[in-house]
Design a protein around this ligand. Structure first.
Ligand code: ADE
Ligand code: ZN
Length: 330
């Protein structure tokens, strides 16, 4: 069987995607022109030439400055709609997507323009593609804590447009426990909770312990280092926590794509899922990530289906969306 064609045709769920990481060079240049922003590059080739990443830090150093091209509510809507259009072409039926409001607010953009622009696209994607989507506000762990506290206050006012809260950016020196009070506040207000735990370093397992035991996350973004601690692995399994893995991005920002460990966890019954992270920068949307994992770890068609079953089960979609998706998978 042609597993690339099978992966492409499969109805899919995306749970780990940064909207700002879907900013393709063409749209980046168009928005720069629209808003009179000098990017330092004027052609797609010049933009791509700056994409030489070998670590999370080297990626983030290119990723954050590029966000300057996003200024108005319409810009945020256009970015998210470009992603939803691509996702619909790849048969994504449900997507839960991150955004980083602190970075935009720090540049003088109004919080509401970010949220309302992205939400406009969620509404349009549902109408145009019959696709459902949820927005996850990510706290940027290496910005001042006060700015995280400020966006959580604002999030409470826009609660009906946001499904959950996450934690991203550079993990080194920024333990999840620093944000525990904000996660507790968000959870009490009805938001779901997830957190990135990935960068291979000395304290990754302690960070995993914090997100699982202290913060009691509903999902972990990446999280494959949990194999290093049998007690935490058992907790992940017992609680049915989803791990939102991103093999192609891993191959740039961590030691490797982690395909063997992702497949091993899947085969041990952990609710592993496969996702895109920052596809405009790492060169693969969800289908390409599935194909990458399939080739690297010899996945079977049943395992590809299981990945989608895991994803819808650990998603925060409505019961109706979950039911419809599972019926389509059968
Ligand atoms: N923000 C956007 N992409 C990210 C990644 N791959 N890891 C951590 N934070 C991010
Ligand atoms: Zn991520």
């Amino acid at each position: 069987m042609d597993l690339a064609a099978f992966s492409a045709a499969l109805p899919k769920v995306e749970l780990h995607l940064h909207l700002e990481g879907t900013l393709e060079p063409e749209l980046k240049l168009e928005l720069a022109r629209r808003n009179g922003v000098d990017l330092g590059q004027t052609t797609v080739e010049e933009v791509r030439a700056t994409y030489a990443f070998d670590s999370l830090a080297s990626f983030l150093a290119v990723y954050y400055p590029a966000m300057d091209v996003l200024v108005t509510r319409a810009d945020f809507r256009d970015l998210a709609m470009a992603y939803f259009t691509k996702a619909a072409q790849q048969n994504v039926r449900h997507a839960e997507v991150f955004f980083d409001p602190q970075v935009h607010v720090a540049r003088g953009v109004a919080f509401e323009d970010v949220v309302l622009g992205y939400h406009d696209a969620v509404v349009d994607a549902e109408r145009e593609f019959g696709m459902s989507a949820g927005l996850i506000l990510c706290l940027v762990r290496d910005l001042p804590l006060a700015s995280a506290e400020a966006v959580v206050e604002q999030m409470l006012e826009f609660g009906d447009r946001i499904v959950g809260i996450g934690l991203d950016s550079d993990e080194r020196g920024h333990p999840p426990a620093d944000f525990a009070h904000l996660f507790a506040r968000a959870r009490a207000a009805g938001f779901k909770v997830t957190a990135h735990c990935d960068v291979d370093q000395e304290d990754t397992v302690e960070h995993l312990r914090q997100v699982i035991e202290d913060i009691e996350v509903d999902r972990i973004d990446h999280g494959t280092n949990v194999v290093e601690d049998p007690r935490l692995l058992e907790l992940v399994r017992r609680r049915g926590l989803g791990l939102t893995c991103c093999p192609i991005s891993n191959s740039f920002v961590t030691s490797d794509s982690k395909a063997p460990v992702i497949a091993d966890l899947l085969r041990r019954g952990v609710r592993v899922t496969v996702n895109s992270d920052d596809p405009a920068y790492f060169g693969g949307y969800v289908t390409e990530n599935l194909v990458h994992l399939t080739r690297a770890a010899d996945l079977t068609p049943d395992e590809l289906i299981q990945l989608q079953r895991n994803a819808i089960e650990v998603s925060w979609a409505s019961a109706e969306v979950k039911e419809g998706f599972l019926a389509e998978l059968d």
